[in-house]
Design a protein around this ligand. Structure first.
Ligand SMILES: [Zn+2]
Length: 145
């Protein structure tokens, strides 16, 4: 299987790397994320680690982007602190990102393997939450055969 490839947004990677270098502090903030909104601007965020399940940088970024009126994201990347480079999204983030932005692209890999892939390629045979919700316009009880 060969996934379709897309150009790599190096400016986006550098934006996340800059936040990782300058804003990550100690154990609370160890990851940075940057996303390119549909209108071209870049939104950044860091994770908020907590043992109860604090959100990853990608999830904080979804809220931060919405707070700035950026509801449509085109591409996202996460970069670790201490020069860990690009870090792929965890399983939970893959599911959330897919549900929020089904057309999202994600930058993954390192060095010469750095590449842009579709979120759907990172979560094959995925559960699509919206596909399993009741259609509000068609909520009549199912007839009993
Ligand atoms: Zn995550």
């Amino acid at each position: 299987m060969t996934a379709q490839t897309h150009p790599v947004d190096h400016e986006l990677i550098e934006a996340a790397a800059h936040i990782a270098r300058t804003r990550c502090r100690g154990d609370n903030h160890t990851m940075a994320a940057a996303a390119r909104a549909r209108d071209g601007r870049i939104v950044t965020a860091v994770n908020a680690y907590h043992f109860t399940g604090g959100p990853c940088a990608e999830l904080v970024l979804i809220g931060a982007a919405a707070a700035q009126g950026a509801y449509e994201l085109d591409t996202i990347v996460a970069v670790g602190d201490r020069d860990r480079g690009v870090v792929p999204p965890c399983g939970r983030c893959r599911q959330v990102l897919l549900d929020y932005f089904p057309d999202l692209k994600v930058i993954v890999g390192a060095g010469e393997r750095i590449r842009t892939v579709l979120i759907t390629d990172l979560l094959p045979e995925s559960y699509v939450w919206a596909d399993h919700q009741l259609d509000v316009e068609n909520t009549a009880p199912l007839s009993m055969g």
